[in-house]
Design a protein around this ligand. Structure first.
Ligand code: 13P
Length: 325
């Protein structure tokens, strides 16, 4: 087993999943403000401390994806976040993309940036304790979207990122997110997700990425939030697994879904329904952001007397997702 494969296996096995706590400074600040907390670097740090000090977190969480800012911050006990995660048996990950910007020639679509200087940044994050990384590509469904231009540009960037991570010793989480925004049907989401994943694996192959040393982080196949269609849990599970079976080689150790704005409990139900389908060649797990930490933020709301309530809310979601596996 290569070192990369070992890390990837650790991330997706033993019924555990990955917690995405890597919101950008802008996104994290907006989420804090939405619950009445001043969006300072210290409050972002305190909130992330609440997350990573949740009792028994390592029983259901294998890895935590951190943002660059958090990587350099310390807990009250003086340990850095990556050091603390190692202390409690959780792998530390780092979001290395620098965000999605309008794509030239397709201004309604986005291209994720962050390749410049990535080799050097990977080396620095490894020195600080990272074992895996994340890069999120964003694909929109709409009139004429996604364009071939947007898909090809994004999968190229994903594959270049994945290659640089593996060269430097980090397992890349490869995240092509087909957004839920829009009025599209479940069938349209399945068609686009299948086409995008096919393109991702062609590009990973072209750029020589070692498939047993990645974790794929896709969207579940769901209808658009603005669609009148309300697919049953089993329909979402079936459509998602069909898209994956058509496109994801068996050498990929695991698939860790993003939640994408689904209600936390619904995301868990979808994950559970997929485990009941015929044996699958890869582990299916979670790499949720909002569906894990959203209830914790709501329960805490910056009130130190609600610290334990926030941690209990996170723990509740983490245990429910682990049980769904
Ligand atoms: P959500 O689960 O909130 O979609 O976040 C996952 C993630 O890491 C997005 O990049």
């Amino acid at each position: 087993m290569s070192a990369l494969n070992k890390i990837a296996q650790t991330l997706v096995s033993d019924r555990r999943g990955i917690l995405a706590a890597d919101e950008s400074i802008g996104t994290m600040s907006a989420r804090l403000e939405s619950v009445g907390v001043e969006p300072t670097a210290e409050n972002r740090r305190v909130y992330r401390e609440l997350i990573v000090t949740t009792p028994r977190l390592s029983e259901s969480i294998s890895g935590v994806i951190l943002a660059d800012e958090t990587f350099y911050q310390k807990l009250n006990n003086g340990r850095t976040f990556p050091e603390h995660l190692e202390d409690i048996g959780i792998l530390a990950g780092i979001k290395v993309d620098t965000g999605a910007k309008p794509l030239a020639g397709a201004p309604d679509e986005k291209i994720t940036e962050g390749l410049d200087g990535l080799r050097e940044r990977v080396a620095e994050y490894v020195r600080l304790g990272a074992t895996f990384a994340k890069w999120r590509a964003v694909i929109t469904i709409g009139d004429g979207a996604p364009s071939d231009r947007a898909v090809r540009a994004n999968v190229h960037a994903l594959a270049r990122y994945a290659g640089l991570c593996q060269e430097g010793g980090l397992v890349p989480i490869v995240e092509p997110e087909v957004l839920m925004d829009g009025t599209h049907s479940l069938a349209r989401c399945q068609q686009v997700t299948t086409a995008v994943l096919k393109s991702v694996f062609e590009e990973l192959d072209l750029l020589g990425v070692q498939l047993d040393g990645i974790v794929l982080k896709p969207n579940m196949v769901v209808a658009g939030v603005g669609s009148a269609e309300r697919p049953a849990v089993d329909d979402v599970a079936r459509a998602t697994v069909e898209a994956l079976r058509e496109t994801v080689p068996a050498s990929v150790p695991g698939i860790a879904f993003l939640s994408g704005g689904q209600h936390p409990e619904v995301a868990t139900q979808h994950l559970g329904a997929m485990q009941k389908l015929d044996p699958l060649p890869w582990e299916l797990t979670y790499s949720f952001g909002r569906a894990l930490v959203g209830p914790a933020l709501e329960a805490w709301r910056g009130d130190e007397n609600k610290w334990a309530a926030g941690q209990e809310a996170l723990s509740g979601r983490a245990v429910a997702n682990a049980s769904a596996r």
